[in-house]
Ligand binder design. Structure first.
Ligand code: SF4
Length: 322
């Protein structure tokens, strides 16, 4: 890993409009992502973790401009992603690829595996027919699929194999950054480990950088170098993986970690029970948006939004306790 930033996000925000009322005339603004900033260094894995609806998947899609209209800056290798022309955006999508949660839904059921994996090469006009055929065979081998799988269809594979097809397709254009959005959460636990290990192996082999989005802390810990914790569209804590898991600071991070089962039965861990539902992003609480569920809430928390600040090298927290 180098110290060079491959991706730099500054103050990224995205609101959606929702309508309610009898004639759906009352318009409401929902802040899905609210002032998110982070960087991803070349060769590292940054995990983004949080409950569903916290804005982590929207963040991933904004980076690829699969969702348009994001505010703030997205810088990839010195390019301002927000202002790229359609032609340059196509080139960016060759360098940044995505792996999705549900491999079955993201693979065209009427196409053979060969066609599915070859498709990004055709879209990006890479290689001759023969060169593409060779490249598809190469990535099939890398992800552990056999040549006889080429002419088969997605429904003929298990969930784990389908995710391998998804990984092969992401890998085929030789990208620099892979955004993996819950890539193992639809898989059995035993298969999850195999797919995570495959992702780690190809990261080393091809010098890949990952933005790894997941709700499962165990999965995030297994693969990440650094972890960002999101709550209601904002990053509340970010630190190196061991630091975050051994020395969490934000009350939300502590509550999330306390609910993860510990394999050692002699170790007694006190679970911090998170009371209440996640508030609706269309009507977020004032001040610190976590205050309605926080055991350490103070008066200031209801009035002032805490900013993300560095409490020690590489460890940032957004909380009035610090
Ligand atoms: Fe809890 Fe206040 Fe910190 Fe928010 S700012 S997490 S309410 S202590």
């Amino acid at each position: 890993m180098t110290n060079k930033n491959l991706l730099q996000i500054s103050n990224l925000s995205k609101s959606f409009e929702s309508s309610k009322g009898f004639f759906r005339k009352v318009k409401n603004e929902v802040k899905a992502v609210d002032g998110v900033s982070f960087e991803v260094k070349q060769g590292e894995t940054l995990g983004i973790v949080g409950e569903s609806g916290c804005g982590k998947s929207t963040t991933g899609r904004l980076i690829m401009r699969l969702i348009e209209g994001g505010k703030g800056k997205i810088n990839f290798e010195g390019q301002d992603v927000q202002s790229l022309s359609t032609k340059d955006l196509r080139k960016l999508r060759r360098d940044i690829q995505m792996i999705f949660q549900d491999p079955y839904a993201s693979l065209n059921p009427r196409h053979t595996v060969e066609k599915i994996i070859e498709e990004p090469l055709i879209v990006h006009k890479i290689g001759t027919k023969e060169e593409r055929r060779k490249r598809v065979a190469e990535v099939m081998d890398v992800v552990g699929l056999s040549p006889y799988h080429l002419k088969r269809y997605p429904h003929q594979f298990s969930g784990g194999q389908r995710q391998r097809i998804g990984i092969a397709r992401a890998l085929v254009t030789n990208p620099k950054l892979i955004i993996a959005d819950e890539p193992v959460s639809a898989l059995d636990v035993s298969i999850q480990a195999q797919v995570l290990n495959l992702l780690k192996d190809i990261q080393v082999e091809f010098g890949l950088t990952y933005l790894f989005i997941a709700h499962d802390l165990g999965v995030v810990r297994h693969i990440s170098d650094r972890v960002a914790v999101m709550y209601l569209g904002r990053i509340v804590e970010i630190a190196e993986v061991e630091e975050l898991f051994e020395n969490p600071k934000h009350p939300y991070t502590k509550a999330l970690l306390s609910s993860v089962p510990v394999p050692d039965p002699t170790f007694e861990k006190q679970e911090i029970v998170l009371t209440g539902e996640i508030p609706s992003p269309s009507n977020p609480p004032s001040g610190c948006t976590f205050h309605t569920r926080c055991n350490s809430c103070m008066d200031i928390c209801k009035a002032e939004k805490p900013v993300l600040q560095q409490i020690q090298s590489g460890h940032q927290v957004a909380c009035h306790l610090f």
